[in-house]
Design a protein around this ligand. Structure first.
Ligand SMILES: [Zn+2]
Length: 151
């Protein structure tokens, strides 16, 4: 007999973020992006927010796409290069390989423990300071990526 009160997954199987008020990490990302409308500082970090999220969910992307994203992310953090330049270069890089997403049958989700996840950025009803939390999250990812060449 199946117990009827099985709790849903309490953490993301890939990034390990905990469910916050019933919201998955993907839904938390949606909330942060919604905050951008009222927060120009957060909006200015949109690239970092999405890149950090994708780097913690690599299974859906091809190795090549993840490598390109990681490079752009590191450059953005370290040199603060312009987003226009990143977009132009990404567009060029993608011309050669049309496939950015891995077919579902080839995706292998591996959970990895991260020092920070989106659940540290999405604090319910606390949009204040979100841009700073995005930057702290991005720096934590950068530090972990720098130490781990198997990523
Ligand atoms: Zn996740």
């Amino acid at each position: 007999m199946e117990p009827s009160n099985i709790l849903p997954e309490r953490v993301c199987p890939e990034c390990g973020a905990k469910v916050v008020e019933g919201m998955s990490c993907w839904e938390q990302l949606g909330m942060i992006i919604a905050w951008e409308y009222n927060d120009p500082e957060l909006q200015a970090e949109h690239f970092l927010t999405v890149a950090a999220y994708n780097l913690q969910h690599p299974a859906q992307f091809t190795d090549e796409a993840i490598a390109g994203l990681r490079t752009a992310f590191m450059e953005r953090l370290e040199k603060n290069i312009s987003l226009t330049w990143i977009r132009r270069r990404t567009a060029r890089a993608n011309e050669g390989s049309k496939r950015v997403r891995r077919p579902e049958s080839e995706r292998q989700i591996r959970q990895r423990h991260w020092h920070m996840t989106i659940a540290d950025v999405y604090l319910p009803n606390q949009p204040q300071g979100a841009a700073g939390r995005v930057r702290a999250w991005a720096v934590a990812i950068r530090n972990e990526i720098a130490l781990d060449t198997t990523l």
